[in-house]
Design a protein around this ligand. Structure first.
Ligand code: AMP
Length: 285
């Protein structure tokens, strides 16, 4: 880091724990990680941390109270914050979905035209709907959005969904996704400390990339090497090494963690043996 950077982190809520664990895995965790601490210095890096609500992070960064921060992309959109999204962090994933009651006749977004929609994301909802040419009466609520239809407050809701179970529990049916969100690292636009911001983005990004991948090792008969490399979901070239046993080679490759499930049977079908997958600690492209 070239100079002390200030960074806002969620002090509570869903994004707190995974944000702290990302800093920990990146080797820049807070020195005093107590529940009630509002400010702390980072171990191993010139970063001052400020713990605030995730909702407040976009404004703090935009107004220059801090240089950067972690928050939800939905909150950046809703606050219409003039900030730079530096990095997608791969957790806090959810989507803003439109939903109606089970007995409603609506089957698509266009069926929401002219209807009352309750949401705690009124700006994003209005923007996305207007881009689709839909005019609706947006009812702003700050919590428990899902019960708005049963209270007679609205005909439909636009709410954050991760698994969909809250919608189902409240007797609602999704019409589809309007906006995809996840936790993001944001930075002040036109910041005078771009070098420090870039270093932080690289350090956190190396862990985010690593988490999304696994290091694969396996052995295969040399005669089936082409068959095996053809099924690898790998962008780069795999490493191929000769083994002491004649005719067998070891293959090492970085593969997306999400592909492991479908990849293992394909590797077995190519005759691969001694298949190992290992977590990766850091990955800088
Ligand atoms: P908090 O209200 O502090 O718990 O944080 C809410 C933020 O967590 C939202 O703005 C989203 O970015 C993220 N999030 C992830 N999954 C969900 C979900 N199922 N419902 C609400 N927020 C979610």
């Amino acid at each position: 880091m070239t100079r002390r950077l200030t960074m806002a982190l969620p002090s509570k809520g869903r994004l707190r724990q995974p944000s702290w664990s990302l800093l920990e895995a990146s080797g820049v965790s807070p020195q005093e990680p107590g529940e009630r601490v509002l400010q702390a210095h980072c171990r191993n890096a010139d970063i001052d941390l400020l713990f605030v609500r995730a909702d407040d992070v976009p404004e703090y960064v935009q107004d220059g109270v801090v240089d950067c921060g972690i928050t939800g992309l939905d909150l950046v959109s809703e606050r219409e914050a003039n900030v730079e999204v530096l990095l997608r962090l791969g957790y806090g994933t959810c989507s803003l979905q439109a939903a109606v009651t089970m007995d409603d006749t609506a089957t698509s977004f266009s069926d929401l035209n002219g209807r009352r929609i309750a949401t705690s994301h009124p700006r994003t909802a209005a923007k996305v709907l207007s881009e689709m040419g839909i005019t609706a009466d947006i009812v702003k609520v700050s919590g428990s959005v899902e019960i708005a239809p049963s209270l007679g407050l609205a005909d439909a809701v636009i709410d954050l969904v991760s698994t969909g179970s809250t919608l189902r529990t409240n007797g609602l049916r999704s019409l589809g996704v309007l906006f995809e969100s996840e936790a993001v690292l944001i930075g002040r636009k036109g910041s005078d400390d771009l070098a420090a911001q870039r270093t932080l983005t690289t350090v956190l990004g190396s862990v985010v990339n690593a988490r999304a991948n696994r290091y694969l090792l396996c052995n295969v008969e040399k005669s089936r090497l082409d068959e095996l490399t053809a099924v690898l979901p790998t962008k780069g070239s795999p490493t191929v090494m000769a083994l002491a046993t004649e005719g067998i080679v070891a293959v090492h490759a970085l593969v997306p963690a999400a592909d492991i499930w479908s990849l293992l049977p394909k590797l077995e079908a190519c005759g691969a043996t001694s298949i190992l997958t290992l977590p990766v600690e850091r990955m800088v492209r």
